[in-house]
Ligand binder design. Structure first.
Ligand code: NAD
Length: 337
C-alpha cells in the first residue's frame, strides 16, 4: 500500500483524502491542518491522523482538545507521496521540505506550472508523470477543458479553440469572496491564463480564453467554440463523448438547465458533499456549424480534480503504467459515471 499524506485538509484536501481511502492500492497516513477548527476535529473523528501544518501552533490544538499525531514534518517523513492541497503559492516553500525528505509530491492548480515543470491530467498526459518526483494537477477549469477537448482532438483533430469561462466568485463556504452584485472580467485582459494552462497537459493546443467572475458559488460554466480539422456531425461528437468516462451528457429539457440543477442532480446521486466529479455538457448545446463545434459545459470546482489526483498518485508511484487502467480503477472505487 502506498502511503499518502495530504498537506492542507481544506476544500480539495479533504476530498482527496476520502478518495484515497476508497482505493485498494493506497492509504492515508495523515492529513495536516493549520488551525484547530471544525475540519480538524472532524478529520480526527473520521479516523485520520492529524498533523499540525504550522508547528508553532501545536499548543492551540492541545488547548482545543484535538489529538494530533505530530507536525507536518513528521507526516512528510512517513509518506511515500504528499498531495499538497495548501492554498496557491505555498508550494515553493513546501517543495524544499519534500525534496529534503526524499518524498514525491503532487501539487494543485493554484501553483504555477514552473514549480514542477510538469503538469498532469489523466486523459491528457498521464505517461509523462510516470515515476517522476513531482507533478501538478491542473486547475478545476483546465481539468474541465481537457476532459471534453482531448477526446475531440484524438477523434478529428482541432485547429483552434476559443472559450469563454464564466467563473464562480468563490466556493460555497467563502464568505469573504465575491462579487455579490456584478459581472467582473477577471482577468480584464485577453487572453486569460486558462488557455496556456491547457497547453501544459494537451500539448500544442491552440487556445484563447476569456474569463468572467459572477455572483455564484456552485460551479464554473464554459462556452466553447472549436474549429475542427475535418467536418463531422453532431452525432459523431456525441458518440465520442458518450464513450468517455468523467463526462456526462445531460439534457436541459430533463430539468437540468442550470448549474443549480446539476448540483441537485449530484445530491440525487447520493454523492458525499454533493460532489460532481464528472464534467456535465448540455446535450442541446452541441452543434457543428461550418466545421466549428460549439458546446456549453459546467465544472464542479470543488471536486472535478479529485479523481485526477488519485491517478497522479498512481503515475508518480508507477502503480499503473497505463492511464486507462488507472482511470477505470479510480472510477470504480469512487462510483464515477
Ligand atoms: P482551502 O483554503 O480550502 O484549503 C487549504 C488548506 O490548507 C486549509 O485547510 C488550510 O488550513 C491549509 N493550509 C493553509 N496554509 C497552510 C500551510 N502553510 N501548511 C499546511 N496547510 C496549510 O484551499 P483549496 O480550495 O482546497 O485549494 C487548495 C489548492 O487547490 C490550491 O492550489 C487551489 O488553487 C487548488 N484548487 C482549488 C479549487 C477550488 O475550487 N477550491 C479547485 C481546483 C484546485
Amino acid at each position: 500500500m502506498v502511503k499518502v499524506a495530504i498537506n492542507g485538509y481544506g476544500t480539495i484536501g479533504k476530498r482527496v483524502a476520502d478518495a484515497v481511502a476508497l482505493q485498494d492500492d493506497m492509504e492515508v497516513i495523515g492529513v495536516s491542518k493549520t488551525r484547530p477548527n471544525y475540519e480538524s476535529k472532524m478529520a480526527v473523528q473520521k479516523g485520520y491522523n492529524l498533523y499540525v501544518g504550522i508547528p508553532e501552533r501545536e499548543k492551540s490544538f492541545a488547548e482545543a482538545g484535538i489529538e494530533i499525531s505530530g507536525t507536518v514534518d513528521d507526516m512528510i517523513e512517513e509518506a511515500d507521496v504528499v498531495v499538497d492541497c495548501t492554498p496557491g503559492n505555498i508550494g515553493p516553500e513546501n517543495l524544499k521540505k519534500y525534496q529534503k525528505a526524499g518524498v514525491k509530491a503532487i501539487y494543485q492548480g493554484g501553483e504555477k506550472h514552473t514549480l514542477t515543470g510538469l503538469s498532469f491530467n489523466s486523459f491528457g498526459n498521464y505517461a509523462d508523470s510516470l515515476g517522476k518526483d513531482c507533478t501538478r494537477v491542473v486547475s478545476c477549469n483546465t481539468t474541465g477543458l481537457t476532459r471534453s477537448l482531448k477526446p475531440i482532438e484524438d477523434f478529428v483533430g482541432i485547429k483552434k479553440i476559443r472559450a469563454v469561462m464564466v467563473r464562480r466568485g468563490g466556493d460555497p463556504y467563502q464568505v469573504n469572496k465575491g462579487p455579490i452584485n456584478a459581472v467582473v472580467p477577471n482577468p480584464p485582459t485577453v487572453p486569460s491564463h486558462h488557455g496556456p494552462d491547457l497547453a501544459t497537459v494537451m500539448y500544442g493546443a491552440n487556445i484563447v480564453t476569456v474569463a468572467l467572475l459572477v455572483p455564484t458559488t456552485l460551479m464554473h460554466q464554459h462556452n466553447l467554440m472549436v474549429e475542427l480539422r475535418d467536418d463531422v456531425s453532431v452525432d459523431d461528437i456525441i458518440d465520442v463523448w458518450e464513450k468517455r468516462s468523467r463526462i456526462l451528457l445531460l439534457n436541459a429539457k430533463d430539468g437540468l438547465g442550470s448549474t443549480a440543477e446539476f448540483m441537485e442532480y449530484a445530491k440525487e446521486l447520493g454523492r458525499s458533499r454533493n460532489d460532481l466529479f464528472e464534467i456535465p455538457i448540455w446535450k442541446e448545446s452541441i452543434n457543428v456549424v461550418d466545421g466549428e463545434l460549439f458546446y456549453m459545459q459546467a465544472v464542479h470546482q470543488e471536486s472535478d480534480v479529485v479523481p485526477e489526483n488519485i491517478d497522479a498518485i498512481r503515475a508518480l508511484l508507477e502503480l499503473e503504467e497505463n492511464n486507462e487502467k488507472s482511470i477505470a480503477k479510480t472510477n470504480k472505487a469512487m462510483g464515477i459515471l
